[in-house]
Design a binder for this molecule. Structure first.
Ligand code: MN
Length: 311
């Protein structure tokens, strides 16, 4: 997906301090990403920029499409990040400048590593009557920021039921399970789903900061109730956390070691300096070979908006 916010501001990972001891509540805002679809954007916000290397959280849907509607995101670039897409409902065709064409279906993950530069498109299949997905961005640590671009499709993830909750381990390790999804810093992502409602004790890594992104229904932590499109953020130092999932609750637990490299985000670019962001901006708008070409889709590439400073 593409960040289309016109008032896109340069933001720094050090804008927020990591001193929050209790649970911080963050409300999503709506953002346009292309086609007829509006998503709920949970990070970054002024109150919080990141959870570990997770630097951008979009929740798309659940949405139903009239005939001819759907998500259509034209060719756009990324740098120094991975896009992580978790499909709950719907089918989306991913095409990228490496020549990959991959339909993403429910229960599957697409992971695209931008490294020094990649471009891609995302289109709902004409047969898709709706969409429910999370697209999350992972900042690459500076040591890997300019690695070769890559794309990997993960059709099978560890799944189990415990304490009345369906678990799908998306990234990292949990309860003896391990996800094959290849990331470059210590991270966790786990989908939790309860049809009947459940009390669940989560085992947390105290070195990680954590967030719980509510996709559907309600979840409580102590007396605090969180609902759809809210994020409950907890700082480091927690060994476990008791949560109550209301019937029909679906949420993603995210975690990671606090990210220590300073990053800047602008439009669809992550970089480690303004000069890097300006280079990527110039290269994309000039059609430089760095971002390759996506073939096999209809439509014009997206233009990067003006930089928010004089380059
Ligand atoms: Mn994208």
């Amino acid at each position: 997906m593409s960040n289309q916010e016109t008032r896109s501001q340069l933001s720094s990972s050090s804008d927020c301090l990591n001193e929050v001891a209790s649970v911080q509540r963050i409300n999503a805002r709506s953002a346009e990403i292309g086609g007829t679809l509006t998503v709920n954007r949970v990070l970054p916000t002024r109150q919080r920029r990141m959870i570990g290397a997770w630097c951008f959280l979009d929740h798309a849907g659940p949405a139903h499409f009239a005939p001819g509607e759907g998500m259509h995101v034209g060719a756009h670039p990324h740098t120094c990040l991975q896009t992580f897409t978790w499909m709950i409902e719907g089918e989306v065709m991913h095409r990228d400048s490496l020549g990959n064409e991959q339909v993403l279906r429910p229960g599957e993950v697409n992971l695209m590593t931008a490294g020094r530069g990649i471009s891609h498109t995302e289109d709902s299949l004409p047969s898709a009557s709706g969409l429910h997905a999370a697209q999350l961005w992972i900042a690459l640590p500076k040591t890997h920021g300019h690695c070769d671009p890559d794309f990997t499709h993960y059709p099978d993830l560890p799944r189990w039921t415990a304490q009345g909750v369906k678990h799908s381990l998306l990234v990292g390790s949990y309860a003896g399970y391990r996800s094959a999804v290849q990331v470059h810093s210590p991270l966790l992502a786990m989908d939790l789903e309860s049809t009947q409602g459940a009390a669940l004790v989560l085992d947390l890594d105290p070195r990680f900061e954590h967030g719980i992104l509510l996709l559907e229904g309600e979840l409580s932590i102590g007396t605090e109730v969180f609902s759809e499109n809210q994020l409950a953020y907890m700082g480091c130092g927690h060994q476990s956390l008791k949560v109550h999932l209301a019937p029909g609750c679906r949420a993603i637990l995210l975690g990671g070691e606090p990210f220590t490299d300073e990053i800047l985000m602008f439009w669809n670019f992550v970089g480690y300096s303004k000069a890097e962001i300006a280079d990527a901006w110039r290269d994309w708008n000039a059609g430089d070979a760095r971002f390759g070409r996506v073939t096999g889709y209809q439509g014009e590439p997206l233009q990067a908006p003006a930089l928010p400073w004089r380059a």
